[in-house]
Design a protein around this ligand. Structure first.
Ligand code: GEK
Length: 255
């Protein structure tokens, strides 16, 4: 499955960007992390240097889409940022009559995604909206790639339930998240490994510390158990954990 000619230039744009230097100098007071223009401008570099295995997950989203997309259905990329996951899904899509709805509430992300995904031949429709209220309909593949962690925990079950209701029989939700562990030793070890990953990607101690503080109460991770129990409560029949590297995990949940 080589990248289709229309997808290749868009991929180049979403994967290459300005270096993330947002936390290189000490900030007082430190603003809460937000998906604003500054973040959108460096986002591909930020996510690649911060999330172990991000590009492997994108590659697998392409294969998962190829396996589970159904003809004449809708695919959703919820919290799409610049649309990298949508492009991966577009690469794997061989069924007819499908479109990918790529949704994000950040105007800065959607504006940049529009310039990356401007080719009218791409089956991707970008929309600026809050996924907490977004209708999901006639879906075969829904992707939440590191987005649920930014939704207030009290709203997570209703979002997952709405997605489940909008999925066709045989449809899947791909849920990727940063997780927490309730085992202190495991939590400490996974955090240390993640910090080592960031240091190896040329983030300084100051950058790591300030980014972590800025994300406090913005990115709220939960345990694997909390996620799988809630997916069951939302109606998913079966949940396969197909990926984990440090605290970064991904499940395929079957409708
Ligand atoms: C990727 N999936 O490259 N409604 C819509 N969008 C939201 C909401 C909401 N309520 N809350 C947060 N977002 C992408 C990466 S980033 C993950 C996803 C990260 C959006 C937010 O604006 C941001 O673009 C995205 O979710 C999270 O595969 O930065 O770690």
């Amino acid at each position: 499955m080589p990248a289709a000619p229309t997808i290749r230039p868009a991929l180049q744009k979403t994967l290459h960007a300005t270096k993330d230097q947002l936390y290189t100098t000490s900030q007082h007071p430190l603003p809460r992390f937000a998906f604003d223009e500054q973040v959108a401008a460096v986002f591909p570099d930020m996510i690649r240097r911060s999330v172990p295995g991000y590009s492997d997950i994108l590659h697998m989203l392409r294969l998962i889409t190829h396996r589970y997309a159904q003809p004449e259905s809708q695919l959703y990329d919820l919290g799409c940022s610049l649309g990298a996951a949508s492009l991966a899904m577009a690469q794997g899509l061989t069924q007819s009559g499908c479109r990918i709805l790529a949704i994000d509430q950040s105007s800065a992300m959607i504006a940049r995604a529009r310039s990356c995904l401007s080719d009218p031949d791409l089956p991707i429709v970008l929309q600026q909206a809050d996924i907490s209220t977004q209708p999901i309909d006639n879906a075969s593949v829904v992707v939440l790639n590191f987005t649920l962690q930014f939704i207030p925990p009290a709203q997570r079950l209703s979002l997952l339930t709405r997605i489940h209701t909008g999925l066709r029989p045989g449809g899947v939700l791909v849920l990727s998240e940063k997780i927490a562990s309730d085992d202190t030793a495991e939590q400490t070890e996974l955090e240390a490994l993640h910090h080592a990953y960031k240091r190896a990607n040329a983030y300084s101690e100051l950058e790591i510390t300030q980014k972590r503080a800025a994300l406090e109460q913005v990115l709220i991770p939960e345990t694997r158990q909390t996620h799988t129990t809630r997916l069951q409560a939302a109606g998913y029949q079966r949940c396969t954990l197909w990926y984990q590297q440090c605290q970064f995990v991904s499940w395929i949940a079957h409708a």
